[in-house]
Design a binder for this molecule. Structure first.
Ligand SMILES: Nc1ncnc2c1ncn2[C@@H]1O[C@H](COP(=O)(O)OP(=O)(O)OP(=O)(O)O)[C@@H](O)[C@H]1O
Ligand SMILES: [Mg+2]
Length: 570
């Protein structure tokens, strides 16, 4: 339950305090209205103004101090005015709650995106995309709702406190009765709160699993369909959907159970209170009506606090799930190297680098050098560590021992962001965005010139087919570029890397899907870029090996063993 308060205190900005203030003032206005009902009733019942009853006397002296005549007209005006003020203040409170909720959702999403974008590369290999998708879309909305309900619960709590104060002013004994009854109601219903929390946690987990399965299954739907295996997945889906259904039903049931139980419990408590007041305390009719309203309000407000808390609890799990994700990502934040500006005049080298994922070493005191202005090819067996080598050069991975050197300077003493801005990179697992050719090349950079894009496309051997697309540069390439052929996708990915005019080009299997003629053309184009640019290409294709200035056969004993033999492999 403390979590709800924590969420309120951690989020929401200044809006939440305006919410609280306006709710308190609104409740006070309503309190004044209800309290003024007492003299109204007394005046109506006893036209001579000889108000009976000790509590009415309290009200009378208050009104006299305020110079309010004890007549029905002015008293009714006070009553109506108080209720209008209450409505206006409540409106202010709602407006602020709504703004705060929108802010909270936006803020959580922003924090999550920013944390995840700054995380170490290794984190992504372990992270199901569905978990992030679920957190950014569904969980963030639920977390904001949880804040909204926490804010309402806290505001209503203040309301309850104001009612208690107003009741004390009118009659402290009756206030004590009302408060006790309210707390008894809350205590009886408390076990349902715990149940709701449990079920909502389960519900969130099940939703997350379903989103994870969805993103996974649809990302690789083609082989599933091609081999008629989608029905297996249908079974997985069915299982998850059933589990989610059960969790949703139980969550809703526990909420409804509490709501349904509330009414009879409140009425029983009111009956007890009424009996107490009428028979034991012998309170007059006028006071009884006013106190009846106040006590009823007190009890139901305490009930409201509980119900809002319950609802907030059911969304709270999402808030804490995102919080956990952000903390996890922050703990694995990429180191920010902000040293001197990198240069690439001589070359990029790995000096006795060892690196492994988990327990297995992939590179063992491995050394190599890609001279500036030359084409260096990394070749060798699949799984030997070629992509790993380039990830180390990009600063996406850090060596366990040894150094990555740029012009002889260790990479971790240089400005990493500047270094990466000098690089054009074509990954092995290339994926295009569901957007136009142009957007896929500029990657959202509005400054980039369209003629530069066309030049890059020409260099990558892509312009001829782009030109022929129905809307040219503005053709949408489909989900992950599925409206293009594999080789066309590769060429767009190459153009994306070339358009930045990078000092270093890293090409990971850039021509694996191309026919020999197109490959030869692109290889010659890339070769022509050397001199000004340094190029590292990972490939097994003979034409690249022929054109290379240097070739490293990764994974072969003589390459992995050490620097001398690495050089011997050139
Ligand atoms: N994120 C990871 N976690 C654990 N092991 C990994 C990870 N990435 C790669 N590996 C392992 O590290 C080894 C080297 O992988 P890498 O991707 O560098 O190979 P590669 O030479 O590029 O292979 P290919 O030619 O098939 O692309 C492989 O055995 C692979 O299983
Ligand atoms: Mg690879």
């Amino acid at each position: 339950m403390g979590g709800v308060f924590k969420i309120f205190l951690r989020t929401g900005g200044r809006h939440r305090w305006i919410v609280l203030l306006s709710v308190i003032l609104a409740t006070m206005a309503e309190g004044v209205g209800v309290a003024s009902l007492l003299p109204v009733l007394a005046v109506a019942v006893d036209k001579d103004g000889a108000i009976a009853g000790k509590y009415s006397q309290t009200m009378r002296s208050i009104l006299e101090t305020l110079h309010v005549p004890l007549e029905i007209g002015p008293l009714l005006v006070i009553l109506v005015a108080a209720i209008v003020i209450k409505a206006a203040l409540t409106l202010v409170a709602y407006r602020n709650i709504n703004s705060a909720v929108a802010d909270v959702a936006a803020d959580i999403r922003r924090r999550l995106v920013s944390s995840v974008l700054s995380v170490r590369w290794i984190y992504f290999a372990r992270q199901p995309v569905g978990r992030l998708a679920n957190a950014i879309s569904l969980d963030a909305s639920r977390a904001a709702q949880s804040f909204q309900l926490a804010a309402s619960a806290i505001a209503t709590l203040f309301q309850a406190i104001v009612y208690v104060i107003v009741a004390i002013v009118v009659s402290w004994k009756m206030a004590a009765v009302g408060l006790t009854l309210g707390l008894v109601v809350a205590a009886i219903l408390n076990p349902f709160m715990r149940m709701t929390k449990q079920w909502s946690r389960r519900q969130r987990k099940r939703t997350e699993e379903l989103v994870m399965l969805t993103t996974d299954a649809f990302a690789s739907i083609k082989p599933l369909k091609a081999m008629a295996r989608q029905h297996h997945f249908e079974r997985f889906f069915e299982e998850r959907i059933q589990k989610l259904r059960r969790a949703l039903r139980s969550e809703a049931m526990s909420k409804n159970r509490m709501r349904t139980m509330r009414e009879p419990i409140i009425i029983s408590m009111l009956a007890i209170g009424f009996y107490f007041a009428f028979v034991v305390m012998r309170v007059g009719v006028a006071e009884l009506v006013v106190m009846g309203i106040l006590i009823r309000r007190m009890i139901s407000t305490i009930g409201d606090v509980q119900e809002q808390m319950q609802a907030s609890l059911s969304f709270e799990t999402s808030y804490w799930a995102i919080d956990k994700l952000i903390r996890e990502a922050d703990a694995l934040r990429e180191p920010v190297w902000t040293g001197s500006q990198p240069t690439l005049e001589k070359g990029i080298a790995l000096d006795r680098v060892s690196f492994g994922y988990d327990d297995r070493l992939v590179l063992d005191t491995f050394s190599m050098c890609a001279p500036a202005g030359k084409l260096t090819v990394l070749s060798g067996a699949s799984g030997a560590g070629k992509t790993t080598i380039t990830d180390l050069m990009l600063g996406l991975l850090e060596p366990r021992s040894g150094k990555v050197l740029l012009d002889g300077k260790p990479l971790d003493t240089l400005d990493l962001a500047s270094w990466r801005r000098m690089i054009g990179y074509v990954p092995q697992e290339l994926a295009l965005f569901h957007d136009t050719v142009l957007a896929n090349i500029t990657l959202g950079d509005p400054e980039m010139d369209e003629s530069a894009v066309i030049d890059a496309l020409k260099l990558a051997g892509a312009w001829t087919f782009v030109e022929q697309l129905p809307e040219g540069l503005h053709t949408n390439v489909g989900e992950r570029g599925s409206r293009l052929s594999g080789g066309q996708r590769q060429r767009l990915a190459l153009a994306r890397a070339l358009v930045l005019n990078p000092r270093l080009l890293i090409l990971d299997e850039v021509s694996s899907a191309l026919d020999p003629a197109t490959e030869a053309e692109i290889c010659a184009n890339v070769r022509g870029l050397t001199g000004e640019r340094t190029i590292i290409a990972i490939t097994h294709r003979p034409i690249w090996l022929e054109m290379a200035d240097r070739v490293y056969m990764i994974g072969q004993p003589e390459t992995v063993a050490g620097p001398q033999r690495a050089e011997a492999a050139i």
